[in-house]
Each structure stands twice: as C-alpha cells, then as structure tokens.
Design a protein around this ligand. Sequence first.
Ligand SMILES: NC(=O)NC1=NC(=O)NC1=O
Length: 173
Amino acid sequence: MDIEKVNSMDFREFVDVFGNVIERCPLIAAAVWSQRPFSNLEDLEKHFFAFIDALPLSGREGILRCHPDLAGPELQRGTLTPESQREQSGAGLMNLGAAERLRLAELNARYQARFGFPFVLAARLSDREAVPRELARRLRCLRAQELSTAMDEVKKIGRLRLADLLGSDFPKP
Ligand SMILES: NC(=O)NC1=NC(=O)NC1=O
C-alpha cells in the first residue's frame, strides 16, 4: 500500500484499516485521519506516535488497559483481536503447559496490582521463555519508568502492525 492510497481513504475506510494499529484504540486512527495528507509512510507512523505522546497520563494508562493479558483469559476464551491472536501465537503463548500458564497468570496479577495497568510487551519480538523473564524483571521497576517502557512496547506493536498493513513499502527497505 503506498502513501497515495492512504491519503485517498475516507474516514470510514481509514479507521477500518488502521483502527487496531494500537490495540482496541480506534480513536487514535480516527484522530490521525484528520491530519492527512501524510508525506510518506514514516510520517503516518509519526502521527500515530505523536498522538500517543501528547496524551495526558490517564490517556496513556488507558491505552495500556486496552491490552489483553499475554496468555490471559481472553486467549483462553478465544476473544482476542486477530492481531493479538497472531502476535500471541507467534510468541508460542497458545500452547503453554499448565505450569507456564499459571506462572504467567500470577506474574500478570502481581504486575497489575503493583502498577494498575497490565504488562504490555511486543509479543512478536519475544517468546515463551522471554515473556515471564521480562515480566519478572520489569515488576521490580519504578512506576514512572515502567509506564515509559510499556508505552515503548505499545509503539513497537504499532510499528509492526503498520508494517503488516502497509506491506513492503514500509519501513523503508
Ligand atoms: N499485554 C500485551 O502485551 N498484549 C499484547 N502484546 C502484543 O504483542 N499483542 C498483544 O495483545
């Protein structure tokens, strides 16, 4: 998909295509649409991230709270978004053993209790061994640091999802 195609989209099509670049936050795509035309595909990504960075703390925490737990109840129930489903299965989280799943549930619960938002990590850049390790490590961080780290992970997920949508034109080969 090239930037001319993106710039030609009406509101409905743009939100249909880009509405889940940030998990369950179609508002972000809705807001970014009004900033078209985009000079290139990197510029489009920059607008997504600039919107996130400009949010008050409550807005950034809200984005994190829209993320389903890794290997959590939504995965068990089969109610993940298609993107999340692909990402979590790509990290091998679909077929964890009972002990692995229990350990992740316990770590996710401790993380949520400590920070007030779920643990977020770009699953496609991780795997079933690294996820619990990274969760345990980040559990020990200070809240301000953790919020920053988690938002970086949201952007990594968004970048990968944009790359899927935009195809080989992005990021610049
Ligand atoms: N809590 C999460 O990190 N969720 C997710 N990470 C991904 O890469 N996809 C998700 O849904």
